[in-house]
Design a binder for this molecule. Structure first.
Ligand code: ADP
Ligand code: ADP
Length: 229
C-alpha cells in the first residue's frame, strides 16, 4: 500500500450566494510511495492547497476517494487524520507560549499519552532544544518555521505534509529548511510538499507530480521528469 492514494479526486467550490462554481481539482489520480519525498509542483491556483486541505480534513471533497496510509479519509477519518501531520503556510501559534508548552498542548489535543510524548526529542531534531523554554515571539523566522514542523510531528505521524514550506523565504533559510526535511525523511517519515519552485522540487523530491488547472499533467521520478523538460 501507499502513503497516500487518490482516485478520481474532485473538488468543486461553490461560491457563496451565487451560482458560480470553481473546479479546483478534476479527477486526480495519485499514488505516493511510502518513504519518499514527493513534490506537488504547480503555479498559483493549480489546486495544490485544495488537495492538501482535503487530506488534512479541512475541505470536503466533491467526489472520488483519498486514502492516507491505507485509511479512507471519509470511512476511517480518525486513523487517517492520525497518520498525517500538516504544516500550514501561515504561522499559527501563540507568541506567549514556549515551544515546549506548544508541543505539549498539541500532544494533548491529539490524545498522545504522557508516557509516549517526545516533545524534547522533536525539538532536538528540529534544532530548537535551547529555545524549548523561550517565548516563541522571540524566535527567528527560521526557528518559527521549524517549530511549525515540530508541532505537526507530535503524534508521530508516518506522513508529514508541508504546504509551500519555503514561500517567501531567502535562499539561505530555504536550504536550511531543506536539510531538516531531508533529516526527517531519513528518520523514516514520508514527505509530501507543495511548491511552485521547480528548483525546490528538483533539489528535494524523489518523485514529482505537476499539477495545473486541477489536473495532474505529469508524474514521475524527478530524474525522469527533468530529462523530459
Ligand atoms: P465548500 O462549501 O464548497 O466546501 P468552502 O466552505 O471551502 O467551500 O468555501 C469557503 C468560501 O470562500 C466560499 O463561500 C467561497 O465563496 C469563498 N471563496 C471564493 N473564492 C475563494 C478563493 N479563491 N479562495 C478562498 N476562498 C474563496
Ligand atoms: P494553489 O494552492 O495551487 O495555489 P488552490 O487550491 O488554493 O491552488 O486553488 C485552486 C483554485 O480553487 C483556484 O482557482 C482558487 O481560486 C480556487 N479556490 C480555492 N479555495 C476556494 C474556495 N474556498 N472557494 C472558491 N474557490 C476556491
Amino acid at each position: 500500500t501507499y502513503a497516500v492514494e487518490l482516485e478520481g479526486l474532485t473538488k468543486v467550490y461553490q461560491a457563496a450566494g451565487t451560482a458560480t462554481e470553481k473546479r479546483a481539482l478534476s479527477s486526480v489520480d495519485l499514488k505516493i510511495p511510502r518513504g519518499s519525498i514527493f513534490g506537488l509542483l504547480g503555479p498559483n491556483g493549480a489546486g495544490k492547497s485544495t488537495l492538501i486541505n482535503i487530506l488534512a480534513g479541512l475541505v470536503n471533497k466533491t467526489s472520488g476517494s483519498a486514502k492516507i496510509w491505507g485509511h479512507d479519509i471519509k470511512e476511517e477519518m480518525r486513523p487517517a487524520r492520525m497518520s498525517i501531520g500538516v504544516v500550514p503556510q501561515e504561522l499559527n501559534f501563540d507568541p506567549f507560549f514556549t515551544p515546549l508548552e506548544l508541543l505539549e498542548l498539541q500532544a494533548g489535543l491529539y490524545g498522545v499519552p504522557k508516557s509516549e510524548r517526545r516533545s524534547e526529542e522533536i525539538l532536538e531534531v528540529m534544532g530548537l532544544s535551547d529555545k524549548a523554554k523561550t517565548y516563541t515571539r522571540s524566535l527567528s523566522g527560521g526557528m518559527k518555521r521549524r517549530l511549525m514542523v515540530a508541532k505537526a510531528m507530535v503524534h508521530s505521524p508516518p506522513i508529514l505534509v508541508l504546504d509551500e514550506p519555503t514561500a517567501g523565504v531567502d535562499i539561505e533559510l530555504r536550504q536550511q529548511l531543506w536539510a531538516y526535511v531531508r533529516e526527517l525523511n531519513k528518520r523514516g517519515t514520508t514527505i509530501l510538499l507543495t511548491t511552485h519552485y521547480l528548483e525546490e522540487a528538483e533539489e528535494l523530491c524523489d518523485e514529482i507530480a505537476i499539477i495545473n488547472h486541477g489536473q495532474v499533467i505529469a508524474c514521475d521520478t524527478t530524474q525522469a521528469l527533468l530529462a523530459r523538460i
